[in-house]
Design a protein around this ligand. Sequence first.
Ligand code: MG
Ligand code: MG
Length: 256
Amino acid sequence: MKKYRGIFLKNDKEIGLMREANRIVSTILDELGRNVEPGVPTILFEEICRARCEEHGVRPAFLGYQGFPFALCCSVNEEIVHGFPSKERILKEGDIVSFDMGVVYEGFFGDSARTFPVGQVTDEARQLMDVTRESLMKGIEQARPGNNLYDVSAAIQTYVEGYDFGIVRRFVGHGIGARLHEKPEIPNFVPQGLTGVPLKAGMVLAIEPMVTLGSDEVEVLEDKWTAVTKDRKLSAHFEHTIAITSSGPTILSQSA
Ligand code: MG
Ligand code: MG
C-alpha cells in the first residue's frame, strides 16, 4: 500500500471494502439505537452486536483487542468510552448511552460511534449530543486534499468551545485500514506547537470527538477500561470513518 508521511493511502478497491465494513457497522448501530429504551439491560446491545456480526460473516473488531472483553463499547452517562455492556446495568429514563463498535470485513476495518438518549433527557443532555454530532460534521467538512489535518481538529475545537463544553484530550481519532488504529492521530483540538500533515486523497480517517458537560479530565475505573469524566458529568461520543477523495470527504460509516 502506498504511504505518505507514514500514512497508508488506500486505492478505490480498498476504500470499497472499507465502505462495506463501515456500512455493516452503521446498520448495527441503527439497530442498537432502535432498541434503546428505559428498562433495557445494556448486555442486550452486546448480544445484538455479536449476532449481527455472525450473520454478516464479519469479526467484531474490539473483542479481544488489547484484551477488551466485549464486541461493543457501551458507555452510559459519565462514561466516555470503553464501557462494558452488562446485564446488571439497566438503562433508565434520562440516561444517555454511547455505542462504539467496529468490524473487520475482508481484512479491512470499520469503526463508528453514536450516543442515544434514553426516553426523555434534559435539554442540556440533548444539546451535548447535538453539539458533539455537529462538531464531527464540522471536522469532516475540513477533511479534503489541500487542507491540513489540524484543520479538522480546529473545526471540531472551535465549534465545541463555542458552547463552553469540554473536549476530551486523552482519546483521539485515528487513521484506519487493514489495522484498527493507523497513523495519523486525530486530536479533537489543535496541539500546541505541532504542525499537522497535509491531507491527501486515499487517506481513511476515523474522526471521533468526545465532548463533556464539564471538564475534560478523565479517570479510568477499576475494570481498567471504562473511562469516565472525573467530575462525573455527562459525556457524548460520535465517530465516523471517512475517506478523503479528490473531490472531498465521503462518509463510509452510513447505512445507505
Ligand atoms: Mg470507535
Ligand atoms: Mg475509533
